[in-house]
Ligand binder design. Sequence first.
Ligand code: LLP
Length: 423
Amino acid sequence: MSVLPRTLLPDSAEVGPEGQLLVGGCDLASLAEEYGTPLFVYDEAQLRARCREAVRAFGDGVAYATKAFLCRAMARLAHEEGMHLDVASGGELAVALGAGVPATRIVLHGNNKSDDELRRARQAGVGRIVVDSFDELDRLERLHDEDGIVAKVLLRITPGVEAHTHEFVMTGQDDSKFGFGLKVGDAHRAAERARTSPAVELVGLHAHIGSQVFVAGFYEQAIEALAPIVNELALPELSIGGGIGVAYVEGEEAPSLTEWGDVVRRACERAGITAAVSAEPGRAIAAAAGITLYRVGTIKDVPGIRRFVACDGGFVDNPRPALYGSGYETFLPRAVEADRTEVVRLVGKHCESGDVLVPEAKVPPGLVVGDLIATPVTGAYGRSMGSNYNLLPRPAVVFVADGQARLVVRRETDDDLLATDVG
Ligand code: LLP
């Protein structure tokens, strides 16, 4: 038997009388009819519940990492539920501010922030800037000479911890483009400099060891590595970054936000850290609340080899399989509890053989052209990392709750694709 595990579906998932899936009280097939496909569907109550859980686990100061998924509705939702917002570019900053999130609730990140990004963030009055390099300190001082604004900053420290995850998303190791290395003494030099700089007010330290980290123990290692400098500098704040993993496929297990918070708090207590400890989860807030719906357009059998099922999206709306070899499950919204006895390759509509969404996708028998097919746990780093390759319009996003669907990002049109083309 290979029925899609219920745990991979959004919290509000229910099975209707004909075996069809409802999320937030909405029938997925009707959503696909109304809004078209590909379509990102988010369980709004689940997004809200995860934000509240993060606030309970870490207290005020915990930030939603908007790179996972951002639009104004999401920024507003995270803010309403008590989270701060972590932005990593001028664009993310613009959307967060455009959503009405107060600048003081925004944290600016980035290993190569431009003068313009730093200027805009400081002038808007962002709550924290996480300083990543000596060049950034130079830039902040130059900008301070221009306008006299003093920014509250954390220093991003590279603790020299290798969290076991995909190497592309490991960030805590010494050989990293991010942050001030602890072992080489840069962290101490940066703290010295920040403390004496007129351009910044140093309020704390920050570390982010990586993403899709399944073992909370890596955070204990990071905290042990950071404890001497945290305690020596006696700064009021420490952010442990984001990165706690989520289950994408059958058999995977990840700590909850609550469990992660407990591990971090206990490790800080053991290490004698008295700073207020916060974090920046992205994936753990957004991933499992989202589902992508696709329409099957072409089925091709290669005798003795495999069946290709081509849908109307592809690696433009979910580049994670192509980039990291990430796994996803598949199911048919019309028969969510059906036994998935056939294995097919779910591909997109792009001009590359690497355009594979699920190499070994389990589906029930009887899949036909015109069917809806869905991938769960696509709420993080799908749409946000998507592209317009082959000039496919980016999909729409709907939030569902209490039987109501609300369009929060409309599908792009050909006019959108031409809007920036001034030739
Ligand atoms: N804080 C910082 C400084 C980060 O760089 C990140 C993610 C986060 C927080 C949030 O991490 P999360 O809780 O979402 O794991 N595209 C990759 C993930 C890249 C993560 C980049 N930084 C993926 O799809 O797996």
